[in-house]
Design a protein around this ligand. Structure first.
Ligand SMILES: CC(=O)SCCNC(=O)CCNC(=O)[C@H](O)C(C)(C)COP(=O)(O)OP(=O)(O)OC[C@H]1O[C@@H](n2cnc3c(N)ncnc32)[C@H](O)[C@@H]1OP(=O)(O)O
Length: 210
């Protein structure tokens, strides 16, 4: 599949700032932006910013950002699943992963994650993908949210559902290892029965082994 990326942009006003939400953003543009020190959920901010730049260069990679005067305060990453994980079995070009969504602590609760997710669906080309997202509680900021794992799980499900993601069952040990961990996926409108079946096979790998 030749991956096509179509750029979209929106603006939203907070009490004090104008936030630009845009993407997919290319690597050259990203390099002209700065990255907020509070974006620490997945890696050190400098390492995560470098990862964003590299993923933007991948043929399938999509980076959606929220920024205030070119200072990134939130992002979403889309790319093919990690080759070391079961979700990449078969190397299907139609399977993508929402690898991370994060908003800097001072900017949370303003609707930025919801708006970035909404913007990510504007490009009709994503209707050619099954986009999975594996939600593991160890990435969640329980401390600052004041939520317990199940409340946070519900927050994530509600957030993702607004962009067309649904909860899917799987026998993946990382997901089944804790009841708060969740597999969600967004099934693009152009996905056919054969592709759905291939996705089912990945979700329930080794089903008949004891
Ligand atoms: C695949 C993955 O990436 S899993 C890991 C997800 N990322 C993380 O947990 C990293 C740390 N957390 C964050 O970066 C942010 O809290 C996010 C990304 C989860 C949410 O970002 P935000 O911009 O704050 O979300 P947004 O403002 O759009 O709110 C989404 C919903 O969560 C609710 N919400 C947000 N924070 C809270 C809170 N502390 N308590 C209760 N509800 C909350 C909002 O009310 C909203 O619900 P609604 O749609 O029913 O009104």
């Amino acid at each position: 599949m030749r991956h096509q990326k179509h750029y979209f942009k929106m603006e939203t006003k907070t009490e004090s700032d104008m936030v630009i939400i845009e993407g997919p953003v290319d690597s050259d543009t990203l390099r002209t932006y700065t990255f907020d020190d509070n974006l620490t959920a997945f890696r050190r901010p400098d390492e995560q910013f470098q990862a964003l730049v590299e993923i933007a260069e991948l043929p399938e990679g999509r980076i959606i950002v929220s920024h205030i005067n070119k200072h990134i305060v939130g992002y979403i990453i889309f790319l093919h699943p990690d080759p070391l994980e079961r979700w990449s079995d078969g190397n299907h070009s139609f399977i993508m992963e929402l690898g991370a969504v994060e908003v800097a602590l001072p900017c949370r609760g303003l609707g930025l994650a919801g708006k970035m997710l909404e913007l990510s669906t504007y490009d009709d080309f994503i209707e050619n993908y099954i986009i999975i997202t594996t939600e593991y509680y160890w990435h969640w900021d329980l401390k600052n949210s004041g939520l317990d794992v199940y409340e946070y799980k519900n927050l994530m499900i509600r957030l993702m559902q607004r962009a067309g993601y649904e909860v899917f069952q799987t026998n993946d040990p990382e997901i089944t290892g804790h009841p708060a961990n969740t597999l969600m996926a967004r099934i693009g409108k152009n996905i056919n029965d054969r592709q759905m079946q291939q996705f089912d096979e990945i979700r329930f790998k080794n089903r008949f082994l004891i």
